[in-house]
Design a protein around this ligand. Sequence first.
Ligand SMILES: NC(=O)C1=CN([C@@H]2O[C@H](COP(=O)(O)OP(=O)(O)OC[C@H]3O[C@@H](n4cnc5c(N)ncnc54)[C@H](OP(=O)(O)O)[C@@H]3O)[C@@H](O)[C@H]2O)C=CC1
Ligand SMILES: O=C(O)C1=N[C@H](C(=O)O)C[C@H](O)C1
Length: 222
Amino acid sequence: MGQALLRLAGEREDIAVVAAVARSTPAQRVVDGVPHFSAAELVSVPEFDVAIDFSLPQGMAPLLALCEARGCGLISGTTGLEPEQHAALDAAAARIPVLWASNFSLGVAVLDDLVRRAAAALPGWDCDIVESHHVHKKDAPSGTALTLGEAARAGGAEPRYAALRAGDIVGEHMVQFTGLGERIELAHRATSRDIFARGALHVAARLRDRPAGRYRVADLLS
Ligand SMILES: NC(=O)C1=CN([C@@H]2O[C@H](COP(=O)(O)OP(=O)(O)OC[C@H]3O[C@@H](n4cnc5c(N)ncnc54)[C@H](OP(=O)(O)O)[C@@H]3O)[C@@H](O)[C@H]2O)C=CC1
Ligand SMILES: O=C(O)C1=N[C@H](C(=O)O)C[C@H](O)C1
């Protein structure tokens, strides 16, 4: 995701990347004009308006602390966060603008709405969420599957989850409603990670001038 973000940010005139942070740094400290920092060097990054985080749950606390100390916005797409980490995002939102989303694609935003409506229209049907991702993905069920599960619950269904890790699958989510003698399948298949990076950059550009608060992707679409 970091590489997709850097490439696509380079195509936008309204976004300047001042630093890239990973656990370790590449041998070359400046790549395509962007200085790279290790996680240990985080506090040394230059001034910024909004941080975009796609890392691992353990990367969250230091970045959130930096954003709060500097009064900057935070966009995070990191999944597998603990409930306490979501609570920390809520608390920080009293002081800075914060947006966390399990999925930055437009299609999944629409799927979320469809799942809520289908669940409400199909009381008593079984609801199963099946997600497939690449073998390197660490968390399961995926953040998106859990978000879709919340949508199903909001519509009155109690979902079950299944996760598949195989090859280089970018990300697929299927929500299946099964009744007696019939079945509905609502599915989203991502074929490029660029959709997530584009979505995150889109909302980052809009979060910059917002007051403190907890935002959703839908709040910043227009
Ligand atoms: N919300 C969404 O739309 C999407 C969310 N995701 C989520 O984004 C996250 C990252 O996914 P992906 O890019 O595939 O993962 P990768 O493993 O490819 O990349 C993770 C990056 O985070 C860095 N990192 C790991 N730990 C730390 C830390 N403690 N401090 C700073 N940087 C750290 C790694 O550095 P190094 O390379 O040095 O190890 C690496 O650059 C996952 O949680 C994934 O589920 C992914 C796609 C879309
Ligand atoms: O790790 C990934 O790759 C993805 N993670 C997100 C998730 O956990 O839902 C979003 C997308 O499916 C890709």
